[in-house]
Design a protein around this ligand. Structure first.
Ligand code: PLP
Length: 385
């Protein structure tokens, strides 16, 4: 049975070039904090990786700190800004306790906000419309002198929707509010220049762009202070204690370099496959609707609502044919709950549960799309009885 992988927003296969550098790392086993030759070699590699990642993102080296992935970066940004703010408050400098976000963020953000609420933060969620879009005027009008931070994503992991992050950043600047952007689904898929985006903190994760799992980063703009999540050593300019995951970081730098090398051509190729898949399904099967903002989304994602079918059942049937996709709250596979993103957009639980996400990558080929276009209608016909 062929294995077709259309779940690249959940995670991506490692690029072969990244696999090769992960093996090479055997030679460079030192602790980057040690001062002897082995440590120096490791530090050199760490510095090279940091330089590369910083230059790809339009950042300074000192603005990149390495973490264990998107979830940690988001926690470090939100809790870090909050705790710094609380400390300033104790010193009588500031009295801001509001955080603005949206209900369609990843659970790494939503659960961290829940935690901060338990610590005294007032969380304001913006409304989203039927296409999953936010309203910039609402963002502007909900900011008050008590707003400390806004946290909004660049690209939504379920829908693929892209958000007007530059404009969000401008509003935050105007109001003197910190801005954290969850860039996990955007980096490697969209060219990002942090010199041009007025963002204070930006989270990313290597396994979403053909890098290794369990490694990521947080951009913290020069001058922005965050209290560290971990206590321990002085690594990462005292902002993230713990020996760095050197092989992962090196792999992440190589993976990002590869993604950006031919980004526009790769995106055009991915888009052609995605459109063929989407148009093929829409033309072959009645009662299928695309969720999200069709005019403004990642080129690799299509999120479909298939009337009269349960998304989980559809996923399992596709899996039996060797096709991997996502349903429900996508990153947490195994979750039977309807997607919080679709519910926030006004879909009812039944409609939300009838949805399924295909997310492609440059490693997919047209024959795989053709194969799914053969299998999919048969499964739908069977499931609809
Ligand atoms: N944010 C978004 C938008 C994501 O899609 C994910 C991945 O599932 C995360 C955050 C969490 O990233 P990680 O899996 O690296 O912890």
């Amino acid at each position: 049975m062929p294995h077709i992988y259309f779940d690249n927003n959940a995670t991506t296969p490692l690029a072969s070039e990244v696999k090769a550098v992960l093996r090479e790392i055997d030679e460079c086993f030192g602790n980057p904090s040690s001062i002897h030759w082995a440590g120096r070699e490791a530090r050199k590699l760490l510095n090279i990786s940091r330089e590369k990642i910083a230059s790809f993102l339009g950042a300074e080296e000192g603005e990149i700190l390495f973490t264990s992935g998107g979830t940690e970066s988001i926690n470090a940004a939100l809790v870090g800004v909050w705790e710094t703010g609380v400390r300033s408050q104790e010193l009588g400098v500031r009295s801001r306790n509001q955080i603005i976000s949206s209900p369609i963020e990843h659970h790494a953000t939503l659960k961290t906000l829940e935690y901060l609420q338990s610590r005294g933060a007032e969380i304001i969620f913006l409304k989203v419309d039927r296409l999953g879009r936010i309203d910039l005027e609402e963002l502007h009008s909900r900011m008050t002198p008590k707003t400390l931070l806004a946290s909004l994503m660049f690209a939504n992991n379920e829908l693929g929707n892209l958000y007007p992050i530059e404009k969000v950043g401008e509003i935050c600047r105007e109001k003197g509010v910190f801005f954290h952007c969850d860039g996990v689904q955007a980096i490697g898929k969209v060219r990002i220049d942090l010199r041009k985006i007025p963002v204070d903190l930006f989270s990313f994760s290597a396994h979403k762009f053909h890098g290794p799992k369990g490694v990521g980063g947080l951009f913290v703009r020069e001058g922005v202070r965050i209290a560290p999540l971990h206590r321990g050593g002085n690594q990462e300019r005292q902002r993230r204690a713990g020996t760095e995951n050197l092989s992962g970081i090196n792999g992440m730098a190589v993976a990002l370099e590869l993604c950006l090398k031919n980004l526009e051509q790769d995106n055009a190729y991915i888009l052609s496959l995605r459109n063929k898949l989407e148009e093929g399904i829409l033309s072959k099967i009645d009662g299928v609707y695309v969720n999200g903002d069709l005019s403004n989304r990642l080129s690799n994602t299509t999120h479909l609502r298939v009337e009269g079918v349960d998304g989980e059942t559809l996923l399992l049937n596709l899996d039996l044919e060797g096709v991997a996709v996502s349903a429900g709250a996508a990153c947490e596979s195994g979750s039977l709950d309807p997607s919080h993103v679709l519910l926030a957009m006004g879909l009812n639980p039944k409609q939300a549960k009838a949805s399924i996400r295909f997310s492609l990558s440059k490693y997919n080929i047209e024959e795989e799309v053709d194969e799914v276009l053969k299998i999919f209608p048969k499964i739908i016909r069977r499931l609809r009885g």
